[in-house]
Design a protein around this ligand. Structure first.
Ligand code: 13P
Ligand code: SF4
Length: 302
């Protein structure tokens, strides 16, 4: 591993490269990365970075967002098949039908969408900024895609808005069983439950705190309790334990694992850097559409 890290460092210097990783990436990748973060932080960092090459350790929609925001940079996705199953659920024809059925509605997508879907939408949101962006939209009706769970969560927060939710979902967060959360609560009485809004309403009803990955990290740091129950992908354990060495984090069983996030290994990062393989390319018209959607998100997030 040390030899690999040294090779990666040398290549980074030679090629003026930066490595970004999402919190759900394997621990070895989070260790190798220059910055780890949630979807919102990573897209901002990709845009603002001074480096000309970015190795994006995450899934395809994240690397596409980086390319849309920073077209002059070379963006590499180390494993071509690393894609978000939920992002891939959004079907263009179905979105067009929803638009026709609800012409007065704002078309809003979760950042977990391919660039071609973002190009159709007026703004995207992440779990970190959705609660700021939704109330800022003048439209009362909102077509929200593709995550029906995040859509339902936001609909509960903003009862003055009418949500038309696309039926997509994250299989990792959707499949958590409420019996498992109850078992954890019984096993660790008094431990607060923090859950990601990609979980179902039934799961979220058992949570003391609901937020995206960065918000869960902030909650865990601030909470006085030593034991906590965390309902999101297992990869977040790495940052939680690093930031809170004296606290214990209990995750559901079976482990919530995003197979696509776990496809990237250190060797893939090295190969991508060596060969400049996995380059993201977006057709210019589509890129400009996705850029408009992402820039509107950044504008409404401040
Ligand atoms: P956040 O890191 O933005 O909370 O997103 C979670 C996720 O599922 C990314 O794919
Ligand atoms: Fe997509 Fe869910 Fe994996 Fe995130 S955890 S990349 S939403 S499948």
């Amino acid at each position: 591993m040390r030899a690999l890290t040294e090779k990666v460092s040398a290549l980074k210097k030679e090629k003026n490269a930066l490595i970004l990783a999402h919190y759900y990436q394997p621990a070895e990748i989070q260790e190798l990365a220059d910055f780890t973060g949630d979807s919102y932080y990573l897209s901002k960092t990709a845009k603002e970075a001074r480096e000309s090459l970015i190795v994006f350790c995450g899934v395809r929609f994240m690397a596409e967002s980086a390319k849309a925001l920073a077209p002059q940079k070379m963006i590499l996705l180390p494993v071509a098949g690393a894609s978000c199953p939920m992002a891939d659920m959004a079907v263009l024809e179905e979105i067009e039908t929803l638009k026709r059925l609800h012409p007065a509605a704002a078309l809003v997508c979760y950042i977990n969408s391919p660039a071609r879907v973002k190009a159709l939408c007026q703004v995207c949101v992440t779990s970190a900024n959705a609660e700021k962006i939704i109330p800022a939209l003048p439209e009362r009706e909102i077509i929200f895609l593709p995550d029906k769970n995040l859509g339902a969560f936001l609909a509960g927060k903003f009862p003055d808005k009418k949500f038309i939710n696309y039926p997509g979902y994250c299989p990792v967060h959707q499949d958590v069983k409420t019996e498992e959360i109850l078992r954890l609560k019984n096993a660790h009485p008094g431990a607060p439950v923090a859950a990601h809004p990609e979980c179902t309403q039934e799961t979220l009803a058992l949570a003391d705190f609901v937020g995206g990955t960065e918000a869960i990290l902030r909650f865990a740091k601030a909470a006085p309790e030593k034991e906590m129950i965390i309902v999101t992908e297992e990869g977040l354990r790495y940052a939680l334990e690093k930031q809170n060495p004296r606290k214990n984090f209990h995750f559901p069983q079976p482990p919530m694992l995003c197979q696509d996030m776990k496809k990237t290994g250190s060797q893939d990062v090295l190969l991508a850097l060596e060969r400049e393989s996995g380059q993201i390319a977006l057709e210019e018209g589509m890129r400009l559409g996705a850029l408009r959607c992402l820039e509107e998100m950044l504008r409404l997030s401040v």
